[in-house]
Design a protein around this ligand. Structure first.
Ligand SMILES: [Mg+2]
Ligand SMILES: [Zn+2]
Length: 187
């Protein structure tokens, strides 16, 4: 019997790890959040897996294609890797029910706040959701955390409307502040 389950910080991509520029298409347009490198490094040092879960409806809507997205994601992973941060996995949802591009214009079970991407990680890495977190900057990220049994950090950057009834476990200004709260909880 496996008793030692892993703990993980699930990470939204846009607005958390990189600047949210809206339907980012080109690797050269990536702007890394300055404090994210140290925060991720420290989380790793504390034994957390790092998994990115990102909605990319731009594919279903025809703003970019899967290859564009993979090029951006690979560049992001490489930037972190060069700084000594290994991201354990990355899942993206290319779907949107109102999209125009087949076969992505469907109602799926992976678009946040649906839990498909988190469940994939939980299963693959034997993750204990009770000891794990979600960090995001949209209400759908908070809802995803609630739907998957993760504790939630909401980065309030005022880019998106926030329903005050959808309360995260913690409001933070960035990933670094989330890290500091996680660390305190481990003491
Ligand atoms: Mg986001
Ligand atoms: Zn999906």
């Amino acid at each position: 019997m496996k008793i030692n389950k892993n703990k993980c910080v699930f990470l939204d991509r846009d607005g958390v790890l990189i600047k949210d520029v809206g339907y980012l298409k080109k690797p050269e347009d990536i702007i890394i959040m300055p404090d994210s490198i140290d925060a991720l490094k420290s989380l790793k040092a504390c034994g957390f897996l790092l998994i990115i879960v990102t909605n990319q409806a731009g594919i279903a809507k025809g703003f970019f294609n899967t290859e564009d997205l993979i090029a951006v994601n690979n560049k992001l992973l490489k930037i972190y890797e060069d700084k000594g941060v290994i991201i354990d996995d990355l899942y993206f949802c290319p779907h949107h029910e109102n999209g125009t591009v087949e076969p992505y214009n469907i109602k799926c079970s992976c678009r946040k706040p649906e839990t498909g991407m988190v469940l994939k990680g939980v299963e693959k890495f034997n993750i204990d959701t009770d000891k794990s977190y979600m960090v995001g900057d949209k209400d759908s990220d908070i809802m995803l955390a609630k739907n998957s049994g993760l504790k939630s950090f909401y980065i309030r950057n005022f880019m998106y409307e926030h329903d005050e009834n959808i309360a995260p476990d913690f409001y933070v200004k960035d990933l670094k502040e989330a890290y500091e709260i996680i660390i305190k909880s481990l003491l």
